[in-house]
Design a protein around this ligand. Structure first.
Ligand SMILES: Nc1ncnc2c1ncn2[C@@H]1O[C@H](COP(=O)(O)OP(=O)(O)OP(=O)(O)O)[C@@H](O)[C@H]1O
Length: 317
């Protein structure tokens, strides 16, 4: 019998921390996970999967892609290359939420960990005329940090606002070579986050809805061509003409679908619980109704996802 790790029940949950699960396992662990570290990695993945399944609303493809990427990567003691994922979707659909959740499971102090590095073009690379300087600092930063910890994570937010050309400086760290500048960097994780492609994902989702295809049936193949066109062939995009694309260095493209009214209601419930407020049906309805929806005629999808839910609650309580 193969190794089977299952979660039996949820033992406790706090609104901030990861859930505590009771897990059991049968059979011999698979190759590469015969160690305590491998087993703990398996349990961490189960807890993350559970958290995604219970708290991330309306994003089946995200769950599927993220778990596939992380499992394959973490179960392998000697990955052939760093894990590179690119998150795409319109505002408030959960890109930052999911990336923070992953980081929380992978690093004990989450985003505060010294091994997690977060870049935002507006904060770190604001001036186009300094691009050469930024390239050098970014290369040195990544190299230096991978030298001190090969299992570092690098998050690049708002890739659509990154100056084209800048990101290519990290190409040597993303490929399958053994070492770069004397460092084995193949255990690192890179996550790119961007709104680019969001409009196209929304259009495809809408067109498929008109064609009576259920949201849950949408596949990656339905969305990938539109995302590629919008993100990688757009001169405004940080990925424009990028070697990262031409050399196929992104392992997982992760599309975030637009959220519907009932998803927004679920976000309101989570937020009420998180804020320690009573879960009142009238508040849930009013907050969800107060958000703008598109397209104009059918009002199917939230224009701001769940982004403004937290701030709206106080207006209706
Ligand atoms: N799919 C979702 N499931 C559960 N909660 C969500 C989801 N999407 C968004 N939220 C809630 O809305 C908040 C804002 O979402 P988030 O910051 O992840 O959006 P984003 O996609 O990163 O938006 P932006 O592109 O504007 O940065 C999250 O902190 C979370 O509480």
């Amino acid at each position: 019998m193969g190794f089977v790790l299952t979660y039996n029940k949820l033992l406790s949950r706090s609104s901030r921390g990861p859930p505590v699960l009771w897990v059991s396992f049968k059979g011999a662990p698979p190759r590469g996970s015969r160690t305590w570290e491998g087993l703990m990695g398996g349990i961490t993945m189960l807890r993350l999967e559970f958290d995604l399944a219970t708290n991330l609303v309306g994003q089946p493809l995200v769950r599927q892609q993220v778990m596939k990427g992380l499992r394959g990567f973490l179960e392998n003691a000697n990955p052939v290359k760093p894990l590179v994922m690119s998150f795409h979707g319109s505002t408030g659909t959960g890109k930052t939420y999911v990336s923070s959740m992953l980081i929380r499971y992978l690093f004990q102090s989450g985003l505060q960990s010294p091994y997690v590095h977060h870049f935002s073009p507006i904060v770190h690379f604001p001036h186009a005329e300094h691009i050469e300087q930024y390239k050098e600092s970014l290369r040195r930063w990544i190299q230096g940090n991978l030298t001190s910890c090969g299992r570092s994570a690098f998050l690049f937010d708002e890739m659509d606002k990154m100056h084209p050309g800048l990101i290519d400086v990290i190409i040597p760290f993303l490929g399958p070579s053994w070492v770069v500048y004397g460092t084995n960097y193949r255990k690192a994780i890179f996550i790119f986050i961007s709104n680019a492609g969001g409009e196209q994902i929304n259009n495809v989702t809408l067109a498929l809805w008109h064609a009576r295809k259920d949201r849950e049936e949408i596949s990656l193949q339905d969305l990938e061509p539109a995302i590629s066109k919008a993100v990688f062939e757009n001169p405004e995009s940080g990925f424009w003409n990028s070697g990262i694309i031409n050399e196929h260095l992104i392992d997982f493209v992760v599309p975030f679908l637009p959220l519907k009214h009932h998803h927004v209601k679920q976000c309101v419930v989570s937020e009420l619980i998180q804020q320690g407020l009573e879960v009142r049906p009238d508040v849930i309805q009013e907050v969800a109704d107060s958000i703008p929806y598109f397209p104009e005629e059918e009002k199917l999808f939230s224009s701001t996802g769940c982004k403004t839910v937290a701030s709206r609650i106080s207006f209706f309580f």
